[in-house]
Design a protein around this ligand. Structure first.
Ligand code: HEC
Length: 141
């Protein structure tokens, strides 16, 4: 009985688990309504755009620095939303989300230090996360 389970059951279980992992939600989480498309269009893209434009030259005043800090912090949060609610399908997704989390945190540090060149460099690294995840998981490019 046990031997039969080990011979037949375990490989079946392994296959079932692998296909379960591959099913990952991608376009939506498991229980919450937010579509990945909405997350991208409503949160990720606008904050990425403002941040990218804002670190091109030194912000004019504290208000402008604050706005950039908001952009970076929201992108950081988006990195965690991407990993929540069963949305993540695989290691490539997880790696890109981690890059987004980590690089946005560095951007934020540089902004807090009012280091615009440092922020620019970290922002460039951040955008690698968009490309990596889209290459693997975004269908129409
Ligand atoms: C971990 C994965 C992942 C990361 C990281 C990621 N995206 Fe996406 N993005 C997706 C997926 C998946 C789609 C396609 C969603 C769909 O159409 O269902 C998408 C779609 C988009 C779209 C199209 C939205 C639409 O209305 O069709 C934009 C714009 C976008 N992403 C911008 C970005 C930017 C900018 C970054 C980096 C700051 C980024 N994304 C990082 C997974 C990711």
């Amino acid at each position: 009985m046990l031997k039969k389970f080990l011979l037949v059951g375990l490989p079946l279980l392994a296959v079932a688990m692998m296909s379960f992992a591959a099913v990952g939600q991608v376009t939506k989480g498991k229980s919450r309504p937010l579509l990945t498309k909405q997350l991208m269009g409503g949160l990720v893209q606008p904050n990425c755009k403002s941040l990218g434009a804002g670190v091109k030259e030194a912000p004019a005043d504290d208000k402008a620095w604050e706005a950039l800090a908001t952009n970076a912090a929201l992108l950081n949060e988006a990195g965690y939303i991407l990993m929540a609610d069963g949305r993540c399908p695989d290691a490539e997704w997880a790696g890109a989300a981690k890059t987004l989390q980590e690089c946005s945190a560095v951007v934020l540090e540089k902004i807090e230090a009012k280091d615009v060149e440092g922020a620019q460099g970290a922002f460039k690294a951040l955008t690698a996360s968009c490309a990596a995840c889209h290459k693997a998981h975004k269908k129409s490019n």
